[in-house]
Design a protein around this ligand. Sequence first.
Ligand code: AHG
Ligand code: MN
Ligand code: MN
Length: 345
Amino acid sequence: MNAILKKYKVTTLSEFIIERQADFPYATGEFTRLLHHISVAAKIVNRSINKAGLADILGTIGTVNVQGEEQRKLDYIANELFINSLKNSTECCGVASEENDEIVNFEDEMSREGKYIVCMDPLDGSANLDSNVSVGTIFSIYRRISPRGEKAVLEDFLQEGQKQVCAGYIIYGSSTMLVYTTGKGVYGFTLDPSIGEFCLSHNGIETPKSGKIYSVNEGNYKSFPTGIKRYIDYCKEESPATNRPYSARYIGSLVSDFHRNLLYGGIFLYPQTHSKPEGKLRLIYECNPIAFLAEQAGGKASTGTKRILEIKPTSLHQRIPFMVGSYRLVKKAEEFMQEASVNQG
Ligand code: AHG
Ligand code: MN
Ligand code: MN
């Protein structure tokens, strides 16, 4: 009988968080509520994405966000859904979102008492939506610095990535998964639509120390720094003894490229280019959460010269050069950057 029951034992996200509450000594249920509200918004976004083509919610809304990028209907919808759900949790006093120029304060009395703030990219890779390619949501949770009971302030959101108490993403792919860490390993939950629950499917994700996949937009090759060009050339060299040439895999959605490399091994790079001298990806709601997850899974994340999680943010939408993935692959790319800077004197 046990064997049959064991086969059907599911651990939902809420059960898992409560079981692991001991790992998170500061929470007396506040964190559990906050993560629960993130998972609720994720399910609603998932439902919207799954029927997007039928519900006239594909395409753009004719506005440009603070990034100078065209906002898509689902960027707007996902942003509103996550902001509302975080507000309803009353555990979060404010949000920094890719889609909002400034921080969003939750002014109600209970939220002002909230001990957490959230940075998020509500819909990552949204340019892929109309072509049905997988996209994601990225979130990052900090304990606030400002006193509880007052409004959240900018400094609450400009903390170094190593201060995160939680980071995660949802990938709306062939299946919908929520992957998160609180600094005690990385755990993956797959949405079971038949019961509407995220169920534990990856009980401790460890990324391979090396790999055979490199992910970069090679259309920008000519404007990459020399060290990056040399590393990409290295990935392409024939060297069976060191598993090269590697395979080029690039979806154009950070969450999807990162998730594949996390499980299979690989490196993702978005270096600085002539048109984007600071790189394209944003530090506080793309690079920091992904870097926390990568390190917790045994990987590495840097600008090519600096560890991502030690960078002190200076503005909400600050961009930085980014490389993340298997430890040895990122280390090798950093060595090429180091060598190039020595040669350039
Ligand atoms: P977003 O959709 O949130 O703006 O993010 C898109 C990002 C990231 O998901 C992806 O890795 C990168 O843009 C792809 O950029 P390119 O199209 O320039 O390669
Ligand atoms: Mn993004
Ligand atoms: Mn986005």
